[in-house]
Ligand binder design. Structure first.
Ligand code: ATP
Length: 250
């Protein structure tokens, strides 16, 4: 691992890159995943590398949807596992939500390696692909009958746009984690958390804890009042205002 001095101004961001490079060396991340990370980094730069105000509404709505769902599931790929398997594993364990390994660049070997990362958590992992989603043409169509196929809500992260639309066509609700508010994934999901995956699960945990103390009617109203397009617009306005604010280059 590269030695990155703690006082480097880009320390956090470089450490995130290191995790991906390590994941790549171990065969968890594919080369294309490194490029996808670059697109995410660019958007993280634009929002100031912190969770921004409008996105808290998406967090709250995501928690509401997860709490109201009968069979929610978290779909993970190589980048997600390399960047945040500890956070995802803890979250899945705490709220008893299963994980399914779902890969665009599918290989049995990579599925096994990703599975190993989650094995220390007490969580159900789906990695047997016994059915195909009729509405998805990439390898992501390979899913587990008991997992994604029977779920009502699927959480996806760091991916391109074929899965959310395919899942919604067969009646699933989709929560996406995607730093690009303009991506197909962001626009085609029911709820989009425009934030860096490495920041998402601790915040989502807080909302889950908070909302689970409320009655179903309150949780349902939060979901009914949520408008994903509005939130994406607010994110874009945030970025524009931030970039055109007088002190941006100070
Ligand atoms: P779409 O098909 O949805 O328009 P895309 O073609 O941009 O998406 P990819 O190139 O596969 O999709 O990139 C994956 C997405 O993941 C990008 O939108 C990128 O912004 C996002 N992303 C990358 N790294 C992270 C991260 N750490 N946290 C959240 N999102 C990320």
């Amino acid at each position: 691992m590269t030695d990155i001095p703690k006082d480097h101004p880009r320390y956090k961001s470089l450490m995130i890159r290191e995790r991906l490079v390590e994941g790549f060396k171990k065969g968890v991340v594919v080369p294309q995943g490194l490029i996808a990370h670059g697109r995410g980094e660019a958007f993280d730069y634009l929002i100031g590398e912190e969770t921004i105000e409008p996105v808290y509404k998406a967090y709250e709505a995501s928690a509401a949807l997860l709490l109201l769902s009968q069979n929610p599931i978290i779909a993970v790929n190589g980048n997600a596992a390399a960047l945040a398997y500890e956070d995802i594993g803890r979250f899945a364990e705490k709220f008893n939500i299963p994980i399914e390994i779902n890969l665009f660049h599918f290989s049995v070997e990579r599925v096994r390696k990703i599975r190993e990362l989650f094995e220390s958590f007490n969580v159900k992992i789906f990695d047997v692909y016994d059915v195909e989603l009729p509405t998805v043409s990439s390898k992501r169509r390979l899913v587990s009958r008991e997992g994604i196929y029977s779920s009502d809500t699927v959480m996806v992260m760091i991916e391109d746009g074929d899965m959310p639309i395919g899942l919604r066509k067969i009646g699933k609700k989709v929560i996406a984690i995607d730093l690009n508010p303009l991506s197909r994934t962001a626009r085609d999901s029911d709820i989009t958390i425009v934030d860096n995956l490495v920041r998402v699960f601790p915040i989502l945990t807080r909302y889950m804890d908070k909302l689970s103390r409320h009655g179903q009617d309150v949780i349902r109203r939060i979901l009914e009042d949520y408008d994903n397009n509005e939130v994406l617009k607010e994110v874009l306005i945030y970025i524009v205002e931030r970039l055109t604010s007088p002190g941006i280059l100070d």
